[in-house]
Design a protein around this ligand. Sequence first.
Ligand code: ADP
Ligand code: NI
Length: 219
Amino acid sequence: RTEQQEAIMVEIIQKVEPYVQQQLEHDHSGHDWWHIDRVRKLSIEIAAKEGADPFVCELAALLHDVADEKLNESKQAGLDKVEQWLHQHVNDPDVITHVMTIIATMSYNGGQNPPMETLEGQVVQDADRLDALGAIGIARTFMYAGSKGSVMHEPDQDYSQYDYRAAGKSAIYHFYEKLLKLKDLMNTAYARELAEVRHQWMEMYLEQFYREWNVSDIR
Ligand code: ADP
Ligand code: NI
């Protein structure tokens, strides 16, 4: 890439930041700016290790939740909004298509979506999933549950009759329906390494949670 191209990319990133901040300003469902900022930083780290295009990764990471259906009338309306922004600020049509494909297909969807096609898509998806793990992931889970009015734990509850999107399940249940599965769904080797460590923190957390819940930690 030439110096001029680098300068254009820096300028685009500087413009997308305030746009994303403004779009997510009123969100309390776990899509706040600091989630975006962590996913951006993780994406840049993973991209460097895996040889992915850092610009496409950073741009997609910054925009990945702006189109979320929780923040828009529909997922399509959200995607149209992001595409419009990209057309106004990015000249390279390949970059626009690539970023749009990534953010349209990277959501978890109960693990049912097809695998990400490009390395850049794999990197950003891994980064988003890493932010659902470990100490931060635990904090986000309880924040989310609180915001939905869910309880933190329902011992002896049989969830087998509920489907994935059913509301009102406990925060602890979310570990089993999603979080503990994510380490085996990582796309890249480097993200898998990071996920292993964060996974262990969640396992330790759950062990201690149950000890305290059952008051079996007393001596
Ligand atoms: P993202 O698109 O960033 O992956 P999600 O909308 O899937 O975010 O979730 C936002 C945060 O809330 C994540 O940390 C996720 O694990 C958590 N979360 C999602 N669904 C639930 C739920 N039913 N109970 C508790 N936490 C949840
Ligand atoms: Ni996200």
